[in-house]
Design a protein around this ligand. Structure first.
Ligand SMILES: NC(=O)c1ccc[n+]([C@@H]2O[C@H](COP(=O)([O-])OP(=O)(O)OC[C@H]3O[C@@H](n4cnc5c(N)ncnc54)[C@H](OP(=O)(O)O)[C@@H]3O)[C@@H](O)[C@H]2O)c1
Length: 306
């Protein structure tokens, strides 16, 4: 099969299109023919920033979010059969920038027939981490006020929709050109971070979702209510600031959750959740796709089509 292989950390230019063996489904695993793989900032970070510290061993095929069709099943598989359309996060780094992948049946969710493979590949990572951050960790409930940074991004856009549907009052940050798009997703207030300092415009927030880090994270302490939650997807917040402002603050990481994903996919199939796709690149153009993700101002998910 064709796959994009990384032999050396440091640069996305080290990626090469290669011919490699089709993997074999082990016990409990599915062999999936990939229809679309999503390209995420995490792929870039592992290749260029975390490198050896990521714990990923080389050579590796990046890509940890996909949709496709089950073409073979390993021993003991009970949840899926050949021909089933699925999507999800394979529960480890990598494997998605290829024509086929194996993954454990527990990490995949059934794709509703009315959702395209492109939309299905755009949903798992962003929707699951947004849900985990807002509700599992941030304890967000109806009537509370949430501030979502990077609301024009893939995770932020999912978070806006999930928070709004849960009955929260949603304040969103992003660049001005994205205001209408983010408001259409459900934001009550939009703050253009290129023009306005959110930390002087907002107060008494119950939950902050930080998808940006740095100063946006440290300034976020100032807008929280006592007892509020600052949940970062980027870096561990300062313990000293958390104590000073009397708030909960932590960094959280995502992973597969097939049961929750199936619910979110049904919401997407019913039109309650939108997962826009920015562009679809050929597998052989993976480096160009990663460059597009690196620009960090997408208007939806960047996908590959093997
Ligand atoms: N912890 C985890 O498990 C986990 C899971 C998923 C994602 N993440 C991380 O979360 C981050 C967002 O992921 P994503 O997929 O949503 O990325 P994305 O779709 O590329 O979105 C990036 C967002 O960041 C905003 N942005 C870019 N530069 C900015 C700046 N200088 N100041 C403020 N905002 C800025 C963009 O807003 P405008 O375009 O409107 O300027 C855009 O909304 C990434 O760093 C990713 O690695 C972590």
């Amino acid at each position: 099969m064709k796959a994009i292989v990384l032999d050396q950390f440091g640069s996305i230019d080290n990626l090469q299109l290669k011919e490699v063996p089709v993997p074999v489904a082990g016990a409990g695993e599915l062999l999936i023919k990939i229809e679309n793989a999503a390209v995420n900032p995490y792929d870039l970070k592992v290749i260029e920033v975390y490198k050896e510290q990521s714990g990923v061993s080389l050579p590796v095929i990046p890509g940890s979010e996909l949709s496709g069709v089950v073409v073979a099943t390993g021993e003991g598989v009970t949840k899926f059969k050949e021909g089933d359309a699925v999507c999800g996060n394979p529960g480890r780094f990598g494997g998605g920038f290829a024509q086929y992948i194996t993954t454990h049946q527990d990490w995949m969710a059934k794709k509703p027939a009315s959702l395209s493979f492109e939309t299905a590949a755009a949903i798992p990572v962003a929707s699951l981490i947004a849900w985990k951050a807002l509700f599992d960790e941030g304890k967000l409930t109806a009537g509370q006020k949430v501030l979502i940074h990077g609301a024009s991004g893939n995770v932020g856009g999912m978070a806006v929709q999930e928070a709004k549907q849960a009955g929260a009052y949603v304040i969103a940050t992003g660049s001005g050109k994205n205001e209408q798009r983010v408001k259409a997703l459900g934001a009550d207030v939009f703050i253009d971070y290129t023009k306005q300092d959110f930390s002087t415009a907002v107060k008494e927030v119950d939950v902050v979702l930080d998808t940006v880090g740095g100063k946006m994270q440290t300034d976020s302490f100032k807008v929280l209510k006592e007892g509020g939650y600052l949940i970062s997807l980027i870096e561990a917040p300062s313990k000293e600031l958390a104590t000073q402002y009397k708030v909960h603050a932590k960094v959280v990481y995502g992973g597969p959750n097939a049961n929750r994903l199936e619910q979110i996919l049904l919401d997407a199939a019913g039109g309650k959740i939108k997962a826009p796709v920015d562009r679809v690149f050929a597998l052989s153009d993976a480096v160009a796709a990663l460059k597009a993700v690196k620009q960090a101002h997408p208007s939806g998910k960047i996908l590959l089509r093997p």
